[in-house]
Design a protein around this ligand. Sequence first.
Ligand code: AMP
Length: 214
Amino acid sequence: MEAIVLLGAPGAGKGTTAEGIVAAARYAHLATGDMLREAVKNGTEFGKVADGFMKRGELVPDEIIVKIVDARLVGGGKDARYMFDGFPRTLEQSRLLEACLKQQGGSLKHVFFLEAPRDLLISRLTGRRICRSCGRNFHVVNIPPKKAGVCDLCGGELYQRSDDQESTILNRLEVFRKQTESLVAHYERAGVLVKIDAAQHRDVIIAKVLELLK
Ligand code: AMP
């Protein structure tokens, strides 16, 4: 099993980068945020617990994250290649990932750290719109759809995530600084961290990541 991680503050462009990688390379995209939103939508036991944390922009407890990630890794086989997006977010989650990879004889190949200044993160998050049907990301200014409110790809309705409101955004950025930034030092020490300037155009970022994955 091989794994790569997309690490970065909310709005750094993890989801958009993941879309580009999946289109060009054989990686299963595991975004814990997407998995949790699905659980909330379906009203599952985990979804009911996660909902409040997500609305406040706080991290969902590690026990839940561990279970949802574990369930997705079961039966992947030794040739499986995973791209984690938004996971791990705490040192405890990174330990879980390392244990899991070790157990399956796999390795963590790269951790791509998408770095962007705070102002850019805020403007990206406030303008972000997502397709309700296919999940494609848009931005009202940077990646506008051809027709306002409508997905270019599938014609689905574009919506704004409830946690992309300014007050929640500020909390999510603070949570990232407090709880997730320590992972940067952790992965730097492990020699797997690749820093990427996330202010660059998404095509440049995707090309850089794909080059390193060759
Ligand atoms: P995201 O889509 O990655 O921005 O995640 C949206 C929300 O889901 C976050 O603000 C957290 O509440 C929750 N979440 C997603 N991934 C994790 C994780 N690995 N650990 C804890 N909470 C998470």
